[in-house]
Ligand binder design. Structure first.
Ligand SMILES: NC(=O)c1ccc[n+]([C@@H]2O[C@H](COP(=O)([O-])OP(=O)(O)OC[C@H]3O[C@@H](n4cnc5c(N)ncnc54)[C@H](OP(=O)(O)O)[C@@H]3O)[C@@H](O)[C@H]2O)c1
Length: 254
């Protein structure tokens, strides 16, 4: 029986790369979209055609984390198991106003939205996934994180704080889910060239700074993270839990 990955936000960027990485390994992919339904449907068809796996896409709004409960019920109807869960989706645009800003312009609503999308969505998604993983004797959960909690990044305090919080939540989940055979980790990336980063008003500045800081002289790409997310779910990582793996091209030491 093929195993199944559930991943939030796989229409583009890092999530899409992760979906393709797992599909390449013969793993079924259940993934979510928010605004890009057409693109999501095309990705599901492409994954099935290219890799001979089953793929389905579902709408989800991570600002309403309880939507995960209904989502997993639909996934139960379409797939025989849930073996891996990756909490990847992130909000941008209007919902981060007052959250993605300099310190003196921060507003509780924007900050709360980022916290909800990053931490509360991880909690509810991971809880629903863990209930299913328990039934098949275990599984692996990964949250995406970023080095905005290690390196000062203008406007990024809201995201940086919430990534700190989700990394801590990962450690707690790992302690309590280990006895069920479920490992929980985070993969933290330095700046990765995706739409989310291109939306930064100072994108060019960030890009130049990252190339300057990194001994590898380049920005990260989505596939710099996807391999590690997959690796964390493999038996080679069978004793690895509660950790954050940082992939940042060496930028956070400077
Ligand atoms: N880019 C970076 O520099 C970087 C670095 C390290 C870590 N990360 C982390 O990696 C993850 C993915 O980032 P990315 O750069 O790949 O992001 P992205 O390109 O902006 O993609 C975001 C994804 O989230 C979905 N999404 C947007 N709003 C949503 C909502 N309200 N509810 C549910 N889903 C929603 C989008 O779906 P639709 O397209 O359907 O709207 C899309 O699939 C995030 O957790 C991010 O913090 C990013």
């Amino acid at each position: 029986m093929k195993k199944t990955l559930v991943i939030s936000g796989a229409t583009k960027g890092i999530g899409k790369e992760i979906a393709y990485r797992f599909a390449k390994e013969g793993i079924n992919v259940a993934f979510t979209y928010n605004s890009n339904e057409e693109i999501a449907k095309k990705i599901a068809t492409d994954l099935e055609n290219k890799f001979g796996i089953k793929s389905r896409c579902y709408p989800l709004n991570i600002l309403e984390p309880n939507e995960y409960k209904e989502l997993f019920k639909k996934i139960d109807e379409d797939f025989e198991s849930v073996d891996y869960f990756v909490s990847n989706a992130i909000i941008s645009g209007r919902s981060v106003v007052g959250g993605f800003a300099p310190f003196m312009r921060l507003k509780p609503k924007g900050l709360n939205n980022i916290y909800t999308a990053t931490v509360l969505a991880f909690v509810v998604g991971a809880q629903e996934a863990a209930k299913r993983m328990e039934k098949v004797g275990g599984g692996s959960i990964v949250s995406l994180s970023s080095t905005g909690n290690l390196v000062y990044t203008p406007n990024y305090s809201g995201h940086g704080n919430s990534k700190n919080a989700v990394e801590t939540m990962v450690k707690y989940a790992a302690q309590e889910l280990g006895e069920k055979g479920i490992r929980v980790n985070a993969v933290s990336g330095g700046p990765i060239d995706t739409d989310a980063l291109k939306a930064f008003p100072n994108y060019e500045e960030v890009k130049n700074e990252v190339c300057k800081r990194s001994p590898l002289n380049r920005m990260g790409n989505a596939n710099d993270l996807s391999g590690m997310v997959y690796f964390l779910t493999t038996p080679e990582c069978g004793w690895l839990t509660g950790q954050t793996i940082v992939i940042d091209g060496g930028t956070s030491f400077k």
